[in-house]
Design a protein. Structure first.
Length: 294
């Protein structure tokens, strides 16, 4: 199945190149200060000498985070991350989109949950609409994300949200187009990343605590790329013409056949938690679960 999966990925990449999906990733000469703000603890942020790799540090005092200067509503967003190596229990590296920090926020999350040395990382994805979340899925990965940089991407349009890892769709979330639809599509969002301590829940439900003897914990970033509708108050003209962009053309409203195969493989082999199967938590499953056959 690995060879089949790799073949599927190769086809996806070829199709993507034709569509311009991955064009512009890793833009040379990218300036951090022209695109991001440090949210807190600027002394816990560093860059490589050429400014193209960025590091966030976590110690017992604090973590660190950054956000884009620009807000977006719909598009394609990607960045390369290398996660904290070694014993990272209790450490969370977050990479996410969010409308604001208030209680009514919309949000699309990647959260990387650290673990003891030798144990696999868990990647958690989640969505919020108007401050309500509870749409968690958890996966393990088919590689060690601490050894090298890997690409983590979000495709967001009015039809679906897809979370990608190295261009493999690990999660697809569809718009039901029904009343009270739980699909965040109204609020523009910033892109964020941060590192912080969450040893009250992140690793084995909080049983494994952060070993501060291993601090500082460092997450690394490079090659941010955004191809989306930039929000400009009071109303950006591109929102009404998103179909002119590849990320909201018909081909981006669903998965290609090779992507479907890869997504099915991920579902069979890498999913370790899915809120749509958690009937103890949800005796009546959320409406959108029916789109996935639950």
């Amino acid at each position: 199945m690995e060879m089949k999966m790799l073949f599927g990925v190769a086809v996806v990449v070829a199709m993507a190149a034709l569509m311009g999906v991955f064009a512009g990733e890793g833009e040379k000469g990218f300036s951090f200060k022209d695109n991001f703000d440090i949210m807190w603890a600027e002394d816990h942020f560093k860059t490589s000498p050429d400014g193209q790799v960025w590091y966030l540090y976590l110690d017992k005092q604090t973590g660190c985070g950054f956000q884009t200067l620009q807000r977006y509503r719909f598009g394609w967003f990607s960045m390369k991350l290398k996660l904290v190596g070694g014993d990272s229990a209790g450490v969370v590296t977050a990479y996410y989109m969010c409308s604001d920090t208030g209680p009514e926020r919309d949000e699309l999350d990647f959260e990387f949950l650290g673990n003891r040395t030798g144990q696999p990382y868990t990647i958690q994805t989640n969505l919020y609409k108007s401050g309500v979340g509870g749409r968690e899925m958890r996966h393990v990965l088919w590689f060690d994300p601490t050894k090298d940089f890997h690409i983590y991407s979000i495709l967001w349009n009015n039809h679906q949200i897809i979370f990608f890892v190295d261009k493999v769709p690990i999660r697809v979330y569809k718009n039901t187009d029904k009343p009270n639809n739980f699909f965040p599509n109204e609020k523009p969002m910033y892109m964020y990343s941060s590192i912080w301590n969450a040893d009250d829940w992140a690793t084995r439900g909080g049983l494994e605590k952060t070993d501060w003897r291993n601090a500082p914990f460092v997450s690394s970033y490079r090659d941010f790329h955004a191809d989306g509708c930039q929000w400009e108050d009071p109303y950006p003209p591109c929102v009404s013409t998103t179909t002119e962009n590849w990320w909201d053309q018909y081909a981006a409203w669903g998965l290609s056949d090779p992507q479907e195969e890869d997504s099915d493989w991920v579902g069979r082999n890498l999913v370790i938690y899915d809120y749509c199967t958690d009937t103890e938590r949800y005796p009546e499953l959320p409406e959108e679960c029916s789109l996935r056959g639950f």
